[in-house]
Design a protein around this ligand. Structure first.
Ligand code: ARG
Length: 561
């Protein structure tokens, strides 16, 4: 039930449409006054009357019914009280009948959204900096799918550039096959670091590396095979993390995939007179748009990150005919995205407006919590494992007899990492703290998981009814139901703003309201059968809604904790 719309449609003010009214209707800070309120100050000029009089007139004209039971006019506001019993009944019925589909919709039907996320670099550590793009992208993938969009998850691999020539050179000089095979990304990274150290005294290594990179490009069999192997090792390694975080992709077409798809872009830029020479390089001037030039080709004719991204965007449009193409990438790359989006627009691609840079802030670790390996790299895998270990210790302390402690610790630990990255507005920089993300009584995923487990244990004892009658209601029951009713709107907003944090905050709000209800109202021990049954149904609906919300974030909920 969309109450704002319902109320707006029952009000007539000449010269003001129902849509405008919907926008104006607000939630009063105190529900004693009403559940919704329409401020009348804006109408004073139009109607040539005082807001107080307008509110009074609107109140008198409003016909109450079974949905809106009470209207009052106070200080220029019209306050509306909804019929609580009806509202509670319809909300819970909806949740209990829609179940895992509660909150979903088909608004995205027939539209495809590409999501470029995680987009790791081959042979480079998958570090804490990749956490946000991975879990934000994963959440957006699920949220948009939940709203009926066809989603294409793309891991735009960083698998192009002279660094792969360096890696081949380093491997051939110092690499041991078995060690690399076993060591995966870490071993590859060590080779890479060693190359840089040694190349300082051996500049000829750099020339060799460039030659190897050229060989990869020219299709040299041995070099291609090594490059492919590095790629496989990297992907095998990160797959462990993707499995933990429940992340998947539909495409791994990375930068090298576009190495033969850039010429048409360069040709078109030339044809349209957009290319300029600048110190031997080919660039698109963007001074008019207050940006530095976008580099398209280096002086030696090789392509750049932006060139490959332009080829990729063009390819995605052709391949998927996207409605939107999202890039979940840190704000440090703001300029890069603004530049190549602009260049595509200047080329006359009308779909350039559908490219969206979903920028997010930096994640760093609280100082001193983990020794950083060589040059400040903190491997994400280590962070996740440490969180799982810590979760295990806490659970073992609190509930030593719990079955499946390992599984529970995994859900709690992984959940804490994901939630820690998703709870704040995405653009904020965050400092990750193990202790903070694992507190039971904060705004954390464990708090929500623990609440759910508590609710679950009530349902195990009392049953989980799907039908009920509404008894005399208490304030905490109404507040909890109101929170649950916000879910569909929250999912929609989260999708519109690319902000999974809305869902994370929603879950905490519901959990807090459930706990208040749990303290205020007896459930199992209440005598009246109708009340007991209703409270169990409300508990059931809470569990379902929290499961749906956490599912969208990629966080599991243990049955028991
Ligand atoms: N691999 C890049 C990095 O780690 C991110 C790629 C983002 N996607 C893109 N289409 N540019 O910085």
């Amino acid at each position: 039930m969309d109450y704002k719309k319902y109320i707006a449609e029952k009000i007539t003010i000449e010269g003001i449409g129902a849509e405008e009214l919907v926008e104006l209707i607000a939630l009063p800070p105190n529900t004693e006054m009403g559940d919704y309120a329409l401020p009348c100050f804006k109408f004073a000029k139009l109607l040539r009357k005082s807001p107080v009089m307008i509110a009074e007139d609107l109140k008198n004209a409003f016909v109450t019914d079974e949905v809106i039971g009470e209207v009052s006019a106070v200080n220029g506001y019209v306050n509306f009280k909804i019929n609580k019993s009806d509202f509670v009944a319809s909300t819970l019925k909806r949740i209990l009948s829609e179940k895992e589909a509660y909150g979903s919709s088909n608004e995205g039907e027939g539209k495809t959204i590409c999501i470029d996320y995680s987009s790791i670099n081959i042979a480079k550590p998958f570090h804490i900096g990749h956490l946000s793009t991975t879990v934000l992208g994963g959440a957006l993938y699920r949220i948009l799918s939940f709203l009926g969009y066809k989603t294409v998850g793309i891991n735009h691999l960083g698998d192009y550039g002279t660094q792969f020539g360096k890696l081949i050179s380093a491997y051939k000089r110092w690499g041991v096959k078995d060690e690399i095979e076993k060591g995966g990304i870490r071993a590859l990274n060590e080779l890479y670091v060693r190359f840089h150290q040694e190349a300082e005294n051996h500049p000829e290594y750099d020339d060799e590396a460039r030659a190897y990179f050229k060989k990869i490009e020219q299709g040299d069999e041995e070099c291609q095979a090594l490059f492919k192997w590095f790629k496989e090792l990297t992907l095998k390694d990160v797959q462990k993390i993707y499995d933990l975080l429940d992340i998947r992709f539909d495409s791994y077409a990375g930068e090298s995939f576009f190495s033969d798809k850039m010429q048409p872009i360069v040709d078109e830029l030339k044809e349209k007179g957009l290319l300029q020479e600048s110190r031997g390089a080919q660039v698109v001037d963007l001074e008019e748009y207050s940006m530095t030039p976008c580099m398209i080709l280096k002086s030696d004719g090789s392509s750049l990150y932006a060139t490959r991204d332009m080829a990729a965007a063009t390819y995605r449009k052709k391949e998927y005919d996207f409605y939107k193409c999202l890039y979940v990438v840190a704000y440090q790359q703001n300029l890069h995205f603004k530049q190549f989006f602009k260049v595509l627009e200047l080329m006359g691609k009308d779909w350039a407006k559908d490219l969206v840079h979903v920028a997010y802030g930096m994640v760093s670790l609280e100082e001193g919590t983990m020794s950083t390996r060589k040059g400040n790299v903190v491997f994400l895998e280590d962070v996740i494992n440490k969180c799982i270990e810590k979760a295990y210790t806490i659970i073992d302390e609190k509930n030593p007899d719990l079955e499946n402690k390992k599984d529970v610790a995994k859900k709690v630990g992984v959940g804490a990492v994901i939630f820690g990255a998703l709870y704040n507005s995405k653009i904020k920089d965050i400092v990750f703290s193990y202790d903070k993300v694992l507190t039971f009584d904060g705004e954390t995923s464990v708090y929500v998981q623990y609440t759910c487990a508590r609710a679950n244990s009530v349902l195990m004892k009392g049953g989980a009814p799907e039908t009920f009658e509404v008894p005399e209601l208490t304030a905490s029951e109404i507040e909890l139901t109101k929170a649950l009713a916000n879910f569909p709107e929250t999912v929609k907003d989260a999708a519109e703003k690319y902000e999974p944090s809305y869902i994370a905050r929603f879950a905490v709000d519901v959990a807090q309201k459930f706990n208040k209800f749990y303290i205020d109202c007896k459930i199992l021990s209440v005598e009246d059968e109708k009340t007991r049954n209703f409270r169990l149904a409300l508990t059931n609906a809470t569990c379902q809604t929290l499961k749906n919300a956490f599912g969208l974030l990629g966080i599991g909920i243990p049955e028991k904790m």
